[in-house]
Design a protein around this ligand. Structure first.
Ligand SMILES: [Zn+2]
Length: 551
């Protein structure tokens, strides 16, 4: 935080009536201290980056509960508790599987892996690789399938292997061991997806490395010992839910996620170092969580307010908005009684020169425009409105239930999703101003009926195409122009290697025009690792082209 901001401080307060300034200053100092204390605790090493379902999450939820209790909220979680638990699927644990040929143990993942529809079973036998006898494990070379389908772009290998397995089992195979003696890639990989129905027998794929080592002579008879053990890994995330019930017909939801990346083990970390590091998540999202606890104190203290307020600290946000999605699917109160939802995610890094505050969900109610213009102090904030009700945080789950939403975000920064997102980089005064703005909006809306809901122009949730590669940058979510504007470039990734910079606006990838984040993601989904292509982009008024290779 640069000193220049402090220069503004007396000016900001000077405009308010004198007596009030005196009192306010004391009140503001107290709020600043509370926010600072909460952010420092939540982003402390003891909480190990607050990954959902870990002891760090528990420490954080205990902290939030004791704050809600002190404030005087009532619990509205499972069975009258403060917590609403939900399962998070963590892939499959196959580490206890075993496979040996002639008493030599093959190495999991390097030499072999079970296919996702394999049964969990133990099987032994002495099959001849080239023979398929009932009552014995069967070996099968994929060479034939690959050669007969290589001109069919829509061929689904996974489906074909499952068909083969069904067929072989019906003929008495006790297990199937697939391998590929051709040079062509077969695209067989372990799919950790959840809820895949198993077949009746164990199914194994031997990799090229395993084949070269153990299946050199297919005229042989081999002693095989198979023990497949696949378990779905799950952990439990916990939303923390506190209610300020004033007996009103409608309830305002105020939310912020409190989970973060832990040690970055789930793959969404941008940290590329080798040393295991805690991701403190001071801005993402200890800042929003501290604001949630502060707003609970403020709204509870103001006895004249009429609406009910539901404060939800979501977990599982970093794994795909899981906590908020779960809440909207298992609401602790009737969703039609929710008037609107305000979400705070990363509000701790207000830029002290641009003062940019991004307000998302702007288009989800026609009433937002007048609310924002009547509450925002232009001396403190430069507002960027993002119309869409869909965005990279928990308000999306409520918007999809036709609830008007407002999303508060002070923008991306180079510490995003890195171990460097620390408490000493938080703009505490900026955060206080955001909290006070949100309070004044709630106060203005208090006692009113449900604002009108409006659908915003955006992609339907779930239509987002899957992609395997990226160029390695963070898009500017507040950019509304044609193309995708680069906000932060990741080091050592294709975009940087191609000489691209923050501020460049991508307008074409290969033969695909890029108009928005959506079309960019669609274009990306057409490329794979190691693919080469060209990217066209605007730098200022200049149109530039660069060759890129995905890694
Ligand atoms: Zn976040």
């Amino acid at each position: 935080m640069t000193r220049s901001f402090f220069l503004f401080l007396p000016f900001l307060f000077a405009s308010l009536p004198h007596v009030h300034a005196q009192k306010l200053r004391k009140a503001d100092r107290q709020m600043l201290t509370e926010i600072q204390t909460d952010i420092q605790y939540l982003s402390g090493n003891k909480l190990e980056g607050r990954r959902a379902g870990t002891p760090g999450e528990k420490l954080a939820s205990d902290y939030i509960i004791s704050s809600f209790e002190k404030t005087g909220l009532t619990p509205l979680g499972d069975q009258g508790s403060w917590l609403q638990g939900f399962e998070i699927y963590d892939g499959k644990d196959i580490s206890r599987s075993r496979f040996s040929i002639n008493n030599a143990a093959l190495v999991l993942n390097r030499d072999y892996f079970p296919l996702d529809f394999s049964a969990n079973q133990k099987v032994t036998g002495s099959p001849a690789v080239a023979l398929q006898e009932s009552g014995s494990p069967w070996f099968y070379d994929l060479k034939e399938i690959i050669e007969s389908t290589q001109n069919n772009p829509h061929f689904d290998m996974e489906k074909a292997l499952r068909e083969k397995t069904k067929n072989f089992a019906a003929k008495g195979a006790t297990a199937v061991i697939f391998y590929n003696s051709s040079k062509s890639d077969d695209g067989v990989e372990f799919n950790p997806a959840e809820g895949i129905a198993p077949e009746g027998i164990p199914v194994i794929y031997v990799t090229h490395a395993g084949r070269k080592k153990y299946l050199t002579d297919i005229s042989q008879t081999l002693d095989v010992d198979i023990d497949i053990n696949m378990e779905e890994k799950k952990r439990w995330g916990h939303n923390v839910i506190g209610y300020l019930d004033r007996g009103a017909p409608y309830t305002v939801v105020i939310g912020a996620h409190y989970d973060h990346l832990g040690y970055g083990e789930d793959g969404s970390s941008l940290y590329r170092g080798t040393e295991k590091m805690i991701h403190p998540g001071a801005d993402d999202n200890a800042s929003g969580t501290a604001a949630l606890m502060e707003l609970a104190r403020m709204l509870h203290k103001t006895k004249s307010l009429k609406s009910n307020y539901l404060f939800i600290a979501f977990s599982g946000e970093e794994s795909g908005l899981l906590g908020s999605k779960y809440f909207t699917l298992h609401p602790e109160l009737d969703l039609s009684r929710i008037s609107y939802m305000m979400n705070m995610d990363m509000i701790g890094r207000l830029n002290d020169s641009s003062h940019t505050l991004i307000i998302g969900g702007f288009g989800s109610s026609p009433q937002w425009a007048s609310l924002i213009s009547s509450t925002v102090n232009k001396k403190i904030f430069s507002i960027r409105e993002d119309s869409s009700g869909v965005g990279p945080s928990d308000h999306t789950s409520f918007y999809l239930k036709n609830i008007p939403v407002l999303f508060f975000f002070t923008g991306i920064h180079p510490d995003y999703h890195r171990p460097t997102d620390e408490a000493d980089k938080i703009n505490y005064n900026g955060e206080l101003q955001v909290v006070k703005l949100i309070y004044s909006m709630a106060e203005k809306m208090d006692g009113m009926n449900k604002p009108v809901f409006a659908k915003t122009r955006d992609a339907q949730y779930g239509e987002t195409p899957a992609f395997n590669v990226t160029l390695g940058f963070m898009p500017d979510y507040s950019f509304n122009g044609n193309g995708v504007r680069i906000d932060v470039i990741s080091t050592g990734r294709p975009a940087e290697k191609a000489g691209m910079q923050a501020g460049d606006v991508i307008i074409r990838l290969g033969k695909y025009p890029v108009k928005s984040l959506q079309t960019y993601m669609e274009a990306l989904s057409k490329f794979n690792r190691d693919d080469k292509t060209t990217v066209e982009y605007n730098r200022g008024t200049e149109v530039k082209t660069a060759d890129v290779q995905f890694n």
